[in-house]
Ligand binder design. Sequence first.
Ligand SMILES: [Fe+2]
Ligand SMILES: [Fe+2]
Length: 297
Amino acid sequence: MIRLAHFSDIHLTAPRLDWKLRDWFNKRYAAWVNYRWLGRRRRFTKADEVAVRLADELAQRRPDRVVFSGDATALGFESELKRTAELLRVGDPSFPPGLAVPGNHDYCTREAAASGLFERYFGPWQTGERLNGATYPFAQRIGHVTLIGVNSCTGNRWAWDAGGAVGLDQRERLRQLLAKLEPGPRILVTHYPICLSSGRLEFAARGLRDLTETLQIAVEGGVSLWLHGHRHNAYEFQETPLAPFPVICSGSATQNERWSYGEYTIEGLQCRVQRRVFDERAGSFRDGVVFELQLRG
Ligand SMILES: [Fe+2]
Ligand SMILES: [Fe+2]
């Protein structure tokens, strides 16, 4: 039996942001306007406090692995990444080990994506088996289960483009990595969803551009469960019309009123999910709904 704690989309920022001249002419300026003036900041007024409580909670409940599916930051600045990684105690040997993949906000611009800053600050949560020295994908074995971290984010040019892609090269490595894993459930962790809570596909400008190709590799490679974030409401499927395995969207751990994360107890192919929800009055997390999923064998 193993226990995972899955959280996502905490979107922390920092008191001082490292603006560069080019940021006024790329996607970051529009992202900042959205954050500062179009309501995003108002939805994350308690994000710092909730993230601190989340870290306390994880340190206390000690899951076998902490799983973070991206969007650590609001705008992908180095100061935000540094602060978030410190707050989440990434690399602290007394904290449970982790697995992390970036979100589209962490790759806010092409420069941010190419900088390797997310990978530097979350490096201790990206150890594992990988192919040809490439950063993604990577696999971590925990008990009878293998977690596979896949990067689904790209640095985009245009303000309206919030889409991502796994990309041809990474997809090929994913295919090879899945083929050589030991038997047991395979849990794929990525930022982007397969579908919305309604079961419909994301709009093209917000979704995974190579979803069909990535799904085909996941299905053929025996993926048992797909974990993701990006959407800030939590939802799950035992299976979707597109994929014969269960899918869990963790939602945002810190957005006002949506703040929650999932604790997954996996025994054989049975996965019991305990949602833990932030209680604003108590200033701590409490039990939410419980449900069970059958992993694909
Ligand atoms: Fe997000
Ligand atoms: Fe996102």
